[in-house]
Ligand binder design. Structure first.
Ligand code: LFR
Length: 491
């Protein structure tokens, strides 16, 4: 039969990319056809400098990537779009109102206060099952409401849904990403009563679209512009990037924990149903929805962001830093410092990361890392410690007998991080694939087009065969089950 290809638009924190995959029973080839910048733009708003998405430029770059994907394939049938969670654009009568804010923008503090004044944090958790993150959509909306920014809007679209709308003209809210807004109840329905109570416009987001749904062909106008004669369809893939990544982890969810490690380290287990408890609230464990209705029961650890921001600061300081070089030096350091708390909110916004980390130690009268290699080592050690802690907590809260830990995404290529995580847990680590997000994206599209069939397990088997993970054995042995969760969470 004729071969078929699908494309993925993946808008990540380091860059946006268009990937092209050739998939059929037993075959899976993935290549990058375009890569473009996706940093936030800093724009003065009359009071302060705000962080925004550079959406028009991104859309132009993504379209150019799709055109290139079209040229490189003989039968491009499908497209899927994913990005990070929580961010959205406001619209009125189908037109975008201004540039969407980036979740690392500082405006959410007031939003958190406004929401918590109406609904105590624990009550919010019992309703939506989400860990506390100050940038969750509900807090962003509350901040924008305070600033009068919602007054003109008649709808809102999460970023991948916005791109889908611009490609196909169809509006919906894809299920996995909807689950990160804080506006869905545990039952998976929009919590209209909560929106009313928070005085947020009810019905701002369009209806939920189930993962895997066909969103129709490209608008003829778009297809013509891109030179795509046979209009490919857009599939609502697991549009939350982490949901796409988890869908492609070659794991057995009954005995594995995972770390989807890019800018963030998303650490947890996969469940069949939400697990909403006071213990889960205290430990800040979230119930986000995954592909095929699975639950991503996980905690957000700060992730490679700490490293990339540190390197950026060194470069601003005039040092010609290269992360690979710094990591090699860091591997030789004998740590003479304690780990720091990577969850500290001061590390969220972009800026002088080494300075903030030194402050963290200074405030406690502890010896901070002195040299650059020491600083990098401290970050990797602290991330590994945070990963290990969250794996233990996930195992305990879900009562799973975790025997292996999968690391996917960019972090799976960080040998020091993988090894230290294995050591701290006393468990084997399986690293890779690095492209889990793009793989999850294209596999869901391929399944929607009947290029492959089967459930998540079948998709994971395809990934395992094609991208066998790299094995890290722990250098000390002790089982995860014998550790009590160290209470770093709420008092
Ligand atoms: C990872 C991620 C996380 C989400 C954070 C902000 O890219 O999507 O899952 O908590 O970014 O959206």
């Amino acid at each position: 039969s004729r071969s078929a290809q699908v494309a993925a638009i993946d808008l990540g924190a380091t860059s946006g990319r268009v990937m092209l995959a050739d998939i059929s029973q037993g075959r899976l080839e993935l290549e990058q056809v375009a890569r473009f910048d996706n940093g936030p733009v800093h724009i003065w708003n009359g009071n302060r400098t705000a962080l925004h998405w550079d959406l028009p430029g991104l859309f132009r770059d993504a379209c150019a990537g799709l055109a290139e994907a079209g040229r490189q394939s003989d039968n491009l049938v499908g497209i899927g779009v994913d990005s990070w969670a929580v961010d959205y654009a406001l619209l009125r009568e189908g037109r975008m109102l201004g540039l969407p804010h980036h979740y690392r923008d500082a405006r959410t503090t007031g939003g958190v206060e406004a929401v918590h004044a109406e609904l105590a944090p624990v009550d919010l958790y019992l309703r939506n099952g989400l860990q506390f993150l100050p940038f969750t959509t509900v807090y962003q909306l509350a901040a924008e409401k305070r600033d009068g920014l919602l007054d003109d809007a008649d709808s809102a679209l999460l970023i991948p849904d916005l791109i889908t709308y611009w490609l196909t003209g169809r509006r919906g809210t894809e299920r996995t990403n909807a689950s990160t807004t804080g506006l869905l109840g545990i039952n998976g329905e929009w919590d209209l009563a909560m929106m009313e109570r928070l005085s947020l416009p009810v019905g701002l987001f369009p209806d939920i679209v189930e993962t895997g749904t066909d969103q129709g062909p490209l608008l003829t106008d778009v297809a013509d512009r891109l030179g795509l004669v046979e209009r490919p369809h857009v599939t609502a893939v697991a549009s939350h990037d982490t949901a796409s990544a988890v869908a492609a982890i070659p794991m057995d969810p009954s005995s594995a924990a995972y770390i989807s490690c890019g800018t963030w380290g998303l650490v947890g287990v996969e469940l069949e149903a939400p697990e909403v408890s006071r213990a889960g609230w205290k430990a800040d464990f979230t119930n986000e929805v995954g592909a095929d209705g699975r639950i991503r029961y996980l905690h957000n650890v700060m992730g490679l962001w700490l490293l990339s921001e540190t390197v950026r600061q060194y470069q601003r300081d005039g040092y010609r830093a290269d992360l690979a070089e710094l990591l090699a030096q860091a591997a030789e350091v004998t740590p003479g410092f304690e780990v720091f708390d990577t969850d500290d909110a001061r590390f969220l916004p972009p800026g002088d990361m080494p300075g903030r980390i030194r402050d963290w130690y200074d405030e406690r009268g502890m010896r901070p890392p002195m040299t650059r290699p020491e600083m990098v080592r401290a970050i990797v050690e602290s991330l590994a410690a945070a990963f290990a802690h969250s794996v233990r907590t996930a195992a305990e809260l879900s009562r799973k007998d975790v025997r292996t830990v999968h690391i996917v995404g960019g972090g799976s290529q960080n040998r020091l991080l993988c090894q230290l995580t294995a050591d701290r847990l006393g468990l084997p680590v399986q690293a890779g694939p690095v492209e889990a997000t793009a793989l999850g994206n294209v596999l869901i599209t391929a399944r929607a087009h009947d290029l492959i069939d089967g459930d998540l397990e079948a998709m994971r088997t395809i990934v395992a065969d094609r991208f066998p993970p790299q094995h890290y054995a722990p250098r000390r042995s002790h089982s995860v089950r014998h550790h009590a969760a160290v209470g770093a969470g709420k008092a």
